[in-house]
Design a protein around this ligand. Structure first.
Ligand SMILES: Nc1ncnc2c1ncn2[C@@H]1O[C@H](COP(=O)(O)OP(=O)(O)O)[C@@H](O)[C@H]1O
Ligand SMILES: [Mg+2]
Length: 326
């Protein structure tokens, strides 16, 4: 039996804007198992970043976590609800046991400090080193592990002296600097060239093995998922619509939205060449569609889809879908 490291239940986040209440994510539930790479996939605006940030209460005003639990299984077997922790308590976990890598490496690094200093600082905040000098020595080791050539020299570089791909390696280095149990990578390759993307994904895999971490990989690109992930959750308009193993999702996608996403990327498992985008766009989440939020774009929509919100149901072991077809 896989052991859970996170159990997310009914996670709901709203943004209270002047235009109205944005129901960014609604009753999102999923498990993440120890040691796996769990992918969260969906088009831009579906709620992936909000979900991942809410896991450690990283939601800023006008947003609020209005409901939910994030059960976190510690190494000693104890369980805590991360949403119940005080700001001080969650700060000890965030960036330490649970670390983030964000999409844009330029925005993640401070232009005023050397990369060595920034890696050292990340460790110092969590008391992992006693002074910056010791931190720089460790930073050199980390730069080596993220495969930055000539780390003794690079540690003294400022971000602007590095390419986009090298910067993202540094950001990953900061992410792993405190030996996290969970590494959340939010579109880690989206801002990078295609050739660099594959290297960064390989690097994440290397980090997972070296640091024995669990990875939550967020991407709008299902193509990225096939080679990297063990399991996949598909999100649409703030809801999880399907969860399964990579095999289940790619060989037997159940939700029409997942089927649509798969038609839009080269599928390594079916080798279908012709790519089709899903017609329409992700709805505004102030007034999301009634019933199944996908129904206005769904080629298989029925009357019930407008009326009733479909619940996630287990169709085969480990394969869940929220769709009235099943
Ligand atoms: N600060 C904010 N204020 C208002 N709405 C927001 C804010 N941040 C995110 N949202 C809304 O929440 C929804 C989900 O956004 P997000 O999680 O960023 O999507 P994704 O990461 O899948 O592209 C979107 O409708 C977005 O407009
Ligand atoms: Mg995002």
């Amino acid at each position: 039996m896989p052991e859970p490291i996170l159990q997310v239940r009914n996670l709901t986040v709203h943004f209270y804007t002047y235009a109205g209440i944005v129901k960014a994510i609604e009753k999102v539930s999923f498990d993440v198992y120890k040691g796996e790479t769990f992918a969260l996939v969906g088009e831009t605006g579906c709620g992936k970043s909000v979900t991942s940030r809410a896991l450690t209460q990283l939601i800023e005003s006008p947003g609020r976590i209005v409901e939910g639990q994030v059960l976190y299984y510690r190494d000693d077997g104890s369980v805590v609800d991360l949403l119940k922790l005080s700001e001080e308590e969650i700060r000890k976990i965030r960036g330490n046991e649970i670390a983030y890598i964000f999409q844009d490496p330029h925005a993640s690094l401070d232009p005023l400090y050397t990369v060595g200093h920034q890696i050292a600082e990340a460790m110092e905040v969590h008391g992992k080193i006693s002074n910056i000098k010791e931190g720089i020595q460790k930073a050199i080791q980390i730069l080596k592990s993220v495969l930055i050539p000539d780390p003794e020299r690079r540690v003294k570089n400022y971000p602007h002296e590095l390419s986009g791909g090298m910067k993202q390696r540094v950001v990953i280095g900061i992410g792993v600097s405190n030996n996290p149990r969970i590494l959340i990578a939010d579109e880690p390759t989206t801002a990078l060239d295609v050739t660099v993307q594959a290297q960064i994904l390989e690097l994440l895999d290397k980090m997972k093995r070296e640091y024995n971490a669990t990875i939550i990989l967020i991407t709008h690109n299902l193509g990225v998922v096939a080679e990297t992930a063990d399991r996949v959750a598909v999100m649409y308009a703030g809801k999880i619509v399907e969860i399964g193993s990579v095999d289940q999702i790619f060989k037997n996608p159940l939700h029409p939205y997942t089927q649509g996403l798969l038609k839009a990327v080269p599928n390594p498992m079916t080798k279908i060449e012709k790519l089709e985008a899903i017609p329409g766009t992700v709805p505004n989440l102030i007034n999301p569609p009634s019933g199944c939020r996908f129904h206005p774009r769904c080629p298989k929509a029925m009357e019930v889809c407008k009326q009733k919100v479909p619940e996630l149901k287990e169709i085969e072991p480990g394969h869940f879908v929220a769709c009235h077809l099943y």
